[in-house]
Design a protein around this ligand. Sequence first.
Ligand SMILES: C=CC1=C(C)c2cc3[nH]c(cc4nc(cc5[nH]c(cc1n2)c(C)c5CCC(=O)O)C(CCC(=O)O)=C4C)c(C)c3C=C
Ligand SMILES: [Fe+2]
Ligand SMILES: [Fe+2]
Length: 359
Amino acid sequence: MKYRNSEGFSHAQADKVGVLVTNLGTPDAPTKKALKRYLKEFLWDPRVVEVPRLLWWFILNLVILNIRPARSAAAYKTVWTERGSPLLFHTSDQADGIRAALQQKWGESVQVEFAMRYGNPSIDTTVEKMLQGGVRKLVVLPLYPQYCASTTASTFDKLSQYLQKKRWMPQLRFVTQYCDDDNYIQALANKIQAHWQAHGRADKLVFSYHGIPERYLHNGDPYHCQCFKTSRLIAEKLDLNQEQYLTSFQSRFGREEWLKPYTDATLKALPAEGVKSVQVVCPGFSADCLETIEEIGVENRDYFLEAGGQRYEYIPALNADNEHISALVRLIERELNDWLPVSVDKRRGELARRQSASV
Ligand SMILES: C=CC1=C(C)c2cc3[nH]c(cc4nc(cc5[nH]c(cc1n2)c(C)c5CCC(=O)O)C(CCC(=O)O)=C4C)c(C)c3C=C
Ligand SMILES: [Fe+2]
Ligand SMILES: [Fe+2]
C-alpha cells in the first residue's frame, strides 16, 4: 500500500489542535557509537551541507565519521546530566510549560508535543502519535528564532516527507522565524538586565550566534540579517550604543569561510583592544546545549582569559524560564486563535455571568 492509513480512526473521535515544538536533536548518549549515528543523519542532510552528494559521501563516510564521533563524544560527556543531553531536557521542559499554559485555557482540545529534527523523539513518531490522538490542525514551531535553510527549512522538509506518506494530512501552520518578536526580545533583554543586577556590567556585551557557511548568505539565506536584527533590537531595549556590544558567529565546521566575525577570533583579539571584561549571550539558542555550555562557557572563556581578558561571563539561554514560555505561548496563540473554540477561561467567565444574571 502506498499511503499510510489513519489506523484506529473513529468517526466519534473529537478533533484536536496540535502544537509541535521542535529543535535540532542530540545524540542518545555521549558515546562514539551514538555520535556516529547522530552525525551521520545530521551531516548527510543536504540542507546542512550543500556539497555535491557523491563527493560529500566520500568525505563524510571515509573521513569525518572516522574522526569526529570520538572527539564529539568526549565533549558531550562534559555537558551530559542525569536527565541526559541538556538540549533534550530543556526542550522537554519548554513543551511542558507550553502545554500547561495552553491546556489551562483550552483544556484537552490542544495537544502539545516536542520532537527533534535528528534523533529522538523523531518528528515521524511524534506526529503519528498526534494524528492518532485526533489532531487535525497542527501548528509547528521550530525553536530557531532566526530563519536558516539548514535548520528551519530542514525541519519543514522532514515533516513534509512524513506527511507525503499519509492518507490524511492535517491543516498546517509553520512558524518560520521570530527574530524580531517583541516578547522574545524583551525576555532576552530582561535576562541580560537581571544578570547585570546580580553581577554588574562588563566592558562589552557579545551576541554570539551559530555560524553557517558564508556561501549560504550570498545564495540568499536571510539568517545573517536576522541575527543582526535580533542583536540590534535587544541593544535598543537595553539602551546600548554601538561601542557597547557586538555580534559574532561561533561553531565553525570544515574548511570554507563561515559568517564573520568569528566568536573565537573576536574574543582572542578583544583584550588587546582594551576590552578586559565580556558577557556573552547566545540569542539564537533557545536552549542551552553543547554549543553554549562547552563552546561558549568553557572553550571561548579560555581563549579570552589566555589573551589577557580578566572577566568572562556566559549569560544562559532562556531555556524554560517563565518569560520565555509566555513569549512562545503568545507566538503560538497568534496561530491558534481562530482554530480553537472559546477558551475554558472565557467559558467559565460566561457561565459565571449567566449564573449571576439569573439570581
Ligand atoms: C555544516 C555543518 C553545520 C551547520 C551548517 C550548522 C548550522 C546550525 N546548527 C545550529 C544549532 C546547533 N548545532 C549544534 C551542534 C552541531 N552543529 C554542527 C554542524 C553544523 N551546524 C555539528 C557537527 C554539531 C554537533 C556537535 C559537534 O560534533 O561539534 C547544536 C547542539 C546540539 C546538542 O546536542 O547540544 C545546536 C543547537 C544552528 C542554529 C545552525 C544554523 C543556523
Ligand atoms: Fe550546528
Ligand atoms: Fe546580512
